[in-house]
Design a protein around this ligand. Structure first.
Ligand code: SF4
Ligand code: SF4
Ligand code: SF4
Length: 162
């Protein structure tokens, strides 16, 4: 998945939002056609899909990570998901000032949880090691969110730039 992500240069949207579901078609078309049947919620192997605003499905990374199993897309009876061969989403993570490392407390929990090693820790004079995110390696799995002790990490949609 990281190889797929590396094929794209990513930048943040001016008004970034968390992605709703992986491989989802555009948000307007999705909410027009989704019947809120909850088939995707029941199919998700990590149980991270919840009913969001208006009862529409939404990934909640505080519940766990996306394994990119594609079962949500396969369970959906409507044509609301793109082919599995395509990139599931274009996302980036943001780390807020609530991060312990930014407050001088040594913490590398997010880096330990990140399988593609998208979060590295940079040594800086007079500071504890600071998290640095490599957007090109981040798959948007969300594994770093729920393990962060201060909920300092957010996932944002970004715009693809070829
Ligand atoms: S791809 Fe799998 S783990 Fe990710 S949201 Fe869909 S069902 Fe859940
Ligand atoms: S897990 Fe959270 S508090 Fe710890 S370094 Fe990562 S962002 Fe900071
Ligand atoms: S969402 Fe977090 S854990 Fe997953 S690849 Fe990106 S930085 Fe790593």
């Amino acid at each position: 998945m990281a190889d797929l992500a590396r094929r794209f240069w990513l930048r943040r949207d001016s008004a970034p939002q968390a992605p709703r579901l992986p491989w989802m078609i555009d948000d307007q078309a999705f909410t027009d056609q989704c019947t809120r049947c909850q088939a995707c919620l029941n199919a998700c192997e990590t149980q991270i899909i919840v009913q969001g605003d208006g009862g529409f499905p939404q990934v909640d990374f505080q519940r766990g990570e996306c394994t990119f199993c594609y079962q949500c897309a396969q369970a959906c009876p409507e044509p609301l998901f793109r082919p599995q061969q395509e990139l599931p989403w274009q996302v980036s993570i943001a780390i807020s000032s609530a991060c312990l490392a930014k407050q001088g407390v040594d913490c590398r929990t997010c880096g330990d949880a990140c399988e593609p090693l998208a979060i590295r820790f940079a040594l800086q004079p007079g500071k504890v090691a600071q998290p640095v995110v490599n957007d090109a390696d981040c798959t948007g799995c969300g594994a770093c969110l729920s393990v962060c002790p201060t909920q300092a990490i957010q996932i944002q949609s970004v715009t693809q730039v070829e």
